[in-house]
Design a protein around this ligand. Structure first.
Ligand code: DAH
Length: 347
């Protein structure tokens, strides 16, 4: 019996060694190891064997199948390698040619600035809140203490999505409604920023775009003072523009803050000496800010006797333009890959 098995292995070895195609290999596989193979056929002798003879016989069958299996595997590998070489040889492709350069993606300058603001503010314990691009006029104006006859409500300044007497929907004209959304939902202490898009009916020119980006900030708690506002903005500016950067607060008016201020930063281009970036003033206006107006607290049901707060808003596009010396805001929206490839940030 043993000789029979040896003979099969010998036959298989010769045939498998000469195999030229996967098709032939498959045929050999079923011929030597398939259900109808000679070896499997031997199983019929099992029934005529004594129980003592059976294990040795079974082992022989298995060993033979295993050995042929190995030969088949080696042949398959050999065919695969040949196949690959043939493809390469027959192809017209010049494998020595250098590859085409792959364009690496980079972050948009607005994303870089927004992320930097977020990093600094998160490090001071702020959370990032999201607002809605489409707002109702209550959140965009009324709840922010903006009078009904305020010029910013004008159709010429605001994009209205729906305008009728019951409900006005609009593209938010600033990120400030995010303050209201947060105060409606959460009780003080509140410490958030909310970056996002804002829309105004401005014609495109080098410094205006009908869609632009702002970052809102809001802190509400007991005992929050104007000094906290000054310190927070000072830290943000120093982290963004360097330790030597100074800020100055000028009195201003916003309906939703009292007192209100505009915040200028010392020109980081000329360090305050005067240049074209700062129009020779040495200062660049970057923020609107102030102490949350008690009327705003009343609108959202926060006790204005107990709590005080500060808020601020800054233009992300403007910061990006100044930081990266981008002369025209439209470049931020044209998605020209040659422009976008230039920006990386060293933190
Ligand atoms: N929303 C104002 C604007 O778009 C900017 C602003 C000013 C935001 C004062 C504030 C603030 O939160 O307190 O011009």
């Amino acid at each position: 019996m043993k000789d029979k098995f040896q003979e099969i292995i010998k036959k298989a070895t010769i045939d498998i060694e000469n195999v030229q195609s996967f098709h032939e290999l498959n045929n050999l596989k079923s011929r030597f190891t398939g259900k109808k193979s000679e070896i499997k056929d031997f199983m019929k002798y099992l029934s005529s064997m004594t129980p003592e003879e059976r294990p040795a016989f079974g082992k022989m069958v298995n060993d033979t199948l295993e050995e042929i299996g190995k030969l088949l595997e080696e042949a398959e590998q050999r065919l695969q390698e040949n196949d690959y070489e043939k493809t390469i040889k027959s192809s017209q492709f010049d494998y020595t040619m250098p590859g085409r350069p792959v364009l690496r993606g980079g972050k948009h300058p607005l994303t870089l600035v927004q992320e930097q603001i977020e990093d600094v503010m998160i490090s001071m314990g702020f959370q990032v809140a999201e607002g809605f691009d489409i707002e109702d006029d209550y959140h965009n104006f009324d709840a922010l203490n903006t009078p009904k006859d305020h010029p910013s409500r004008n159709l010429a300044d605001t994009f209205y999505v729906v305008k009728n007497h019951d409900e006005d929907l609009l593209l938010r004209t600033h990120t400030s409604p995010a303050q209201i959304r947060v105060m409606e939902k959460y009780k003080p202490p509140i410490k958030i920023i909310s970056p996002g898009r804002a829309y105004r009916n401005d014609k495109f020119d080098p410094t205006h775009s009908p869609v632009f980006h702002q970052c809102e900030g809001l802190v509400v708690d007991e005992g929050i003072s104007f000094k906290d506002l000054r310190d927070t903005i000072d830290i943000l500016l120093k982290k963004m523009f360097g330790k030597g950067c100074k800020s100055r607060f000028r009195p201003h008016f916003f309906p939703f803050t009292e007192p209100s201020a505009e915040v200028d930063v010392s020109c980081f281009n000329c360090a305050g000496k005067g240049c074209s970036t700062c129009k020779n003033s040495g200062w660049i206006e970057l923020f609107g800010a102030g102490m949350v107006h008690p009327n705003v607290f009343d609108m959202v049901g926060i006790d204005s006797e107990k709590y005080t707060g500060f808020a601020f808003g800054c233009g992300i596009d403007r910061i990006a333009m100044l930081k990266f010396h981008i002369p025209d805001i439209r470049m931020l929206f044209e998605n020209d890959i040659r422009f976008l490839q230039q920006f990386t940030f060293s933190r």
